[in-house]
Design a protein around this ligand. Structure first.
Ligand SMILES: [Zn+2]
Length: 134
């Protein structure tokens, strides 16, 4: 569609077509809608290309960017490696305080979960207090 046609469309949506600023507001909204439509169009076309067996390299070439950029832009968010890493990290976290393992927080692994050093220490204090009360 020609830009002049789009401007006419924005003008027809404007709350006051005689006011250029109202037309500008309508044009901004229209532009955002077109941009969302463009994104949806490209998502569908990429999905079809992937379903037909096209590689991320080939898809990236068509856009003029790298395989990594193509995959990052168009992969479904839940299939992302980033999320898989986060899930992996969460699964390795302390079952009590959710602290993730690191150089300064060691984990004791059990049958059904993990406990970090800080929680072992806290649990030990609690057990010692309970023992003193008896
Ligand atoms: Zn903990």
């Amino acid at each position: 569609m020609e830009p002049s046609e789009l401007l006419s469309q924005a003008r027809s949506r404007s709350t006051d077509p005689a006011d250029p600023l109202e037309t500008l507001s309508a044009a901004i909204t229209l532009g955002e809608e077109l941009s969302r439509d463009t994104d949806a169009l490209l998502d569908l076309a990429v999905r079809d290309a992937r379903a037909a067996g096209a590689s991320w390299t080939a898809i990236g070439e068509r856009f003029g960017f790298s395989k990594q950029a193509a995959r990052k832009r168009f992969s479904p968010p839940f299939a992302g490696r980033h999320l898989a890493n986060r899930r992996k990290k969460r699964d390795a976290a302390c079952s009590f305080c959710r602290q993730t393992p690191g150089p300064r927080s060691h984990m004791v692994h059990g049958e059904a979960g993990r406990i970090c050093g800080a929680c072992v220490s806290l649990a030990s204090d609690i057990v010692a207090d309970l023992a003193k009360r008896r």
